[in-house]
Design a protein around this ligand. Sequence first.
Ligand code: GAL
Length: 982
Amino acid sequence: MTSTRPNLAASPYEGAMDLLNPGPGRGSTAPRAHVDSGLPTLSLNGDWRFHFSPTLAAAPQGIEEETFDDAAWDTLPVPSSWNLHGHGAPTYTNVQFPFPLDPPHMPDANPVGDHRLRFLAGPEFQHGALLRLDGVDNAGTVWLNGTLLGTTRGSKLPHEFDVTGVLRAGENVLAVRVSQFSASSYLEDQDAWWLPGIFRDVTLLAHPAGAVRDVFVQAGYTADGRGTLRVELDPPVPGAVATIPALGFTATLDGSPDQVFDVGPASPWSAESPSLHALEIATPKQTLRLNVGFRSITVEDAQVKLNGVPLLFRGVNRHEHNPDLGRVVPREQLLAELHLMKQHNINAIRTAHYAPHPALLHAADELGFYIIDECDYETHGFEDGGPAHQNWAGNPSAEPQYREALLDRMARIVERDKNHPSVIMWSLGNEAGTGDNLAAMAAWTKQRDPERLVHYEGDWASPYVDVYSRMYATPAEVELIGRQEEVPLPDAAQDAHRRQLPFILCEYVHAMGNGPGGLREYQGLFEKYPRLQGGFVWEWIEHGIRQHTLDGEAYFAYGGDFGEKVHDGNFVIDGLVSADLEPRPGLLDFKKAVEPVAIAISADWATAGIHNKHDFLGTSHLAFTWRIDTPEGRHSEGTLEVPATAAGDVAAVVLPEEIRENLGGQRVLSVSAVLAADQPWAPAGHEVAWGQQGSPAAPVPAVGATGRVEARGGEVRLGPAEFDVATGGLSSFRGVPVNGPRLNLWRAPTDNDRGKDWTVPGQARDAEVWAAAGLPLLEGRLQSMEDDGGRLRVRVRYGVPVARTHVDVEYVWASDGARLELSAHVEPGPGWGRNWPRVGFDFELPGGFGQASWTGFGPGQKYPDTGMAAKQGWFSASIDELQVPYVRPQENGARAGVSALRLDGPDGGISFLSDGMSFALRPWSQEALAAARHTPDLVADGISHLTLDAAVHGIGTASCGPGVLPAYQLAPGPVDFRVVME
Ligand code: GAL
């Protein structure tokens, strides 16, 4: 790196910007907690002057000077991700770095964003002040009034600079030069958009001499129900007074770190009942205010315990993303996200893969979430590093020159967030391989904060962590771990240590596109084995960036849509909610899979078992309601008396006579647990959990073959139907043009179909196998059409180009003059391989058939291993409402367990009755669905495309993890299907 010759290319800024330094930033003050210090603050958020340069060489000179003329510059809001304000373009990569793996260097094309702000500071800041930047991506250099304050490293971590003596009463000029990349980019290889900018708040904070610099409050909870309090002030202020008015608690600090107070009986904090107590700490200079939650965290019996009780995490991984602003998340959005999580029974968040905006933790304390607070650290791109496959060569986790930077990062998150009751684990980072620097981060963390647990997934030996954590492990492996029978580590001592650790899946059930399948299986294991303490879905939010077509239609963009040379496509679209917070079907399924109350109704509608699966709460915050639905509508409803049931207990409830009397027929009994009173995150009446009994299905009517098959010209008639002699299919039904049935063995591949099943090494991807087998190109050849004693028997052989593989279908039609019955038998020839996505029958109807009503599961989609959220009942939806607008279009929208489907068009309707089928109705063809890359590519073609499925393959989660579990696979084989049309 050093040369004896003068480097004529060097910019005069290079020294100040220090971009190649693998160490921490320079010049900032020691990290500390983010609390209300009772001292004046001034937000410097707002419109700043901004200039974008594609390279440092092209960047303007002298921007730090007060006299610099920035009048011609643009303005840019701070905080912001400048790529989303018309400067440069976002880049998405997952593992791979978007630049050569050549640490600590960066390519010349390293964009620079220059930010300048003139601001007035009042006299209250003249006795000492700090300037805080809460997040600068990636490397900031900061000048105030022409004086270099220092640099920032650790994009999602705060940096404070002492501006005492530099700050003036009156006007000041702040200049921040931000480089998109620096040596520290090698430490921030998270799976997300690369989005440079000052993306979190900038604040001026008064900090007069004698003010408390930092505070560390440890609020514990004892086995006999008392709160304890330790308050460490830096510097110590003997005589400072701590009060918790609500508890009548007052104590005087003696300045020693060993002073621990007994605050007396106090309600403990948990995610289920987040009791917070306002604490004030008064010193001669100021009054600090923070909320404390009394709770203890321990590991015993290979379990994480809070207040002595083992926890079950119903968690999600949360990145920070806004579809229009990038990494800037407005407070209203943050609260909306957390409310949505609470509404869907989520109780834990891993802040993947960096320290979140501090507001998240304040809200998590109040609303109740367990937080795994993760450091801003990932080096995944070192694992492979291109064709040479150098396997973690040079990985910063193991390189001494990065140690200081990594310890600095850890200190910045721990010091900032150490007062939050919601934070129960510190995570060292994500996917950063192994190495001594990680052990050093863990050791520092433990000595600074002995009670909280340390988490890191990337070192499976788990030598320096408190929980054994993995991602995407198969249910089979998770079960072994649950039994403490996992494959041993080579080192016996390490193995013994790890075998005693609690287990979590810090990532599982990859929520990309249609899915995730397999939720139920994992949840079953978590609830069965005490060591398994739940998991965190990957991931909460999709990172779509909102764009518009030329005619103004909005859609979400993904990797490659901004002309990136290197990118990972739509792998960034893998959330339970869309980028604008629309719940995906996976979120509804997760809510059901993890419901904290299980309601099991007996088949005779006489009793219900209410299993309280909360860790702490009884059932008194819930009300229980019941209702009976019939084909005619809601029949009756009422409330149910459920005795107060402690966490973990089951109440057996005798159902009222009124319910039992209604048993039978096409009736469905639903029992729901709803909120009894308003909560900050949902109103009274919000449904938390439910159970059902009964079936809405009516028997399919028998259709006598009383009609006559009549052949006339090019057409064959049978009762209300006409058939096309060229294809053997229907051409009309009761005068409505109908084209079908046509055998359909394919589906527009889902993201999971396109993934690699982790459970079967070397196995090709389903979508590729199906394409190679020609399933998208299936075509029929009419073999025969005969009148078989009043029945019309049609034989069609389906094949695919090139191959000998075929499937024979015999369609037998009967009619009693009004109704039409189809009995189909599907008989595959040999050679079809391991699975088919579906055995379905396609029909084309006029586009006016745009309204569906059905009896079965709804209102949402359901596949064999998903759709736990779907209830039994009677539903209706328009053709548009039936579609799930996945960002990359793919198979979606199947309604399952359907016994009756009615499609309505302008001139009446057609019904399809079956013993149980799935259906999908789309305004475009399956081929168009498969070909579309973004939602605007899907254009209604004037036809209502109906598919009735006799059998469906599961969804799985192979986009990252296990594929479709064996029980949900659809093996090619004979299938019988019967449907009655009327
Ligand atoms: C994990 C990683 C996440 C994300 C996920 C796939 O390996 O930790 O950041 O990339 O895979 O979406």
